[in-house]
Design a protein around this ligand. Structure first.
Ligand code: F6P
Length: 358
């Protein structure tokens, strides 16, 4: 009998359900469903810590390949607190997770998570648990994989938000700041910005000058086009903000608002005409996965299932070129995959005339 646990952790994204189904179908096809038990932990690591789980069958995962969200629920359990005693219950969370794992006699825990969740998965693996992870996040910022599931769907949604903004911007000759998710890393803003034909894209990786953004808007206002679309990542910051310490910057952001609000205020008096902000927000993580993410997440799940059948643990399944490969969790944990400032995508965007206001 194989016993496999699942948890989905951190911000949700499209593709979590098909990824889990990919694992269960692969294992059941190989071993027969009578020879496998599945356990779904509720609301991420919380379920493993506090013993909140349900026994599940192949049927529970059937037909969920097109469903957004996660049938298990999720929560954020920041890594920095995972080894800290829970102040409310006095519980040692790592000890509790190991206890639940042993109680259920699990052969493997499958964690579908982003950066923080992968750090915790690595910790559990170091503590002797058999763990396999799958790279989920709309942000595409997990080190060690060329792509994460959820990102393609979110790029589609963000691009549609830009497209829909464009027609009304053109009708009214307005400037729109479209704020796209991504606090630390700007892949989503970059890709949607290029796909949506933005005039400027402001990324966390490339601090910007407000005057340079103003120049783009003024140039467009004088042209026959008259309107501007500026894509602003949630984590975009000015050159001055980039010089602040993290603590100073967080306090400054808390006082001055979101990335698009701050920019809109800073542009006042520098440009003529109306400036409006559009924030698609969590719609970027919502709804069903696109065909790419369904297929990609399902195949990642199949590759994770294969690792479990081969009893190879302590890995994240990653996309490398056109292959799915296991990458040791110890290599992935604690690293972020930033947009390379001098990389191909930024280079071609600049060649297209898109400004980064740098
Ligand atoms: O999951 C990634 C992400 O969507 C980021 O792009 C965004 O900054 C963050 O999560 C928002 O988190 P929350 O849903 O907790 O507000």
């Amino acid at each position: 009998m194989k016993r496999i646990g699942f948890l989905t952790s951190g911000g949700d994204c499209q593709g979590l359900n098909p990824a889990m189904r990919g694992v269960t179908e692969t294992i059941c096809t190989a071993l027969g469903e009578k020879n496998v038990e599945f356990y779904g932990f509720e609301d991420g690591y919380k379920g493993l810590i506090y013993g909140k789980y349900r026994k599940m069958t192949r049927a529970d995962f059937a037909g969920i390949q097109n469903m957004g969200g996660t049938i298990l629920g999720t929560s954020r359990e920041p890594f920095k607190y995972i080894q800290v005693i829970d102040p409310e219950t006095g519980l040692d969370k790592v000890k509790e997770m190991k206890k639940t794992y042993s109680k259920l006699k699990l052969d493997c825990l499958v964690v579908l998570g982003g950066n923080g969740s992968t750090k915790t998965a690595n910790l559990l693996s170091e503590q002797g648990l058999n763990v396999v992870t799958l790279p989920k996040t709309i942000d595409n910022d997990i080190w060690g994989t060329d792509m994460t599931f959820g990102c393609h769907t979110a790029v589609e949604i963000a691009t549609e938000a830009i497209d829909r903004t464009r027609t009304t911007a053109a009708s009214h000759s307005r400037t729109f700041l479209v704020e796209i998710m991504g606090h630390k890393v700007g892949w989503l803003a970059l890709e949607a910005g290029i796909a949506g034909g933005a005039d400027a894209i402001l990324l966390p990786e490339i601090p910007y000058s407000v005057n340079k953004v103003a120049s783009v808007i003024k140039k467009n206002a004088k042209s026959s086009r008259k309107y501007s679309i500026i894509v602003v990542a949630e984590g975009a910051m000015t050159k001055d903000e980039a010089k602040m310490s993290k603590k100073e910057r967080n306090a400054h952001f808390a006082e001055t608002g979101t990335a698009s609000d701050r920019l809109a205020k800073s542009l006042e008096g520098k440009v003529e005409g109306e400036i409006r902000c559009v924030v698609p927000g969590h719609t970027q993580r919502g709804g069903n996965p696109c065909a790419y993410d369904r297929r990609f997440a399902t195949e990642l799940g199949a590759a994770a299932g294969q690792l479990i059948l081969d009893e190879k643990y302590g890995f994240m399944v990653a996309l490398k070129g056109d292959k799915l490969e296991p990458v040791p969790l110890s290599e992935v944990a604690g690293k972020l995959k930033y947009v390379p400032v001098d990389g191909e995508e930024v280079k071609y965007a600049k060649a297209l005339g898109i400004s980064f206001a740098d």
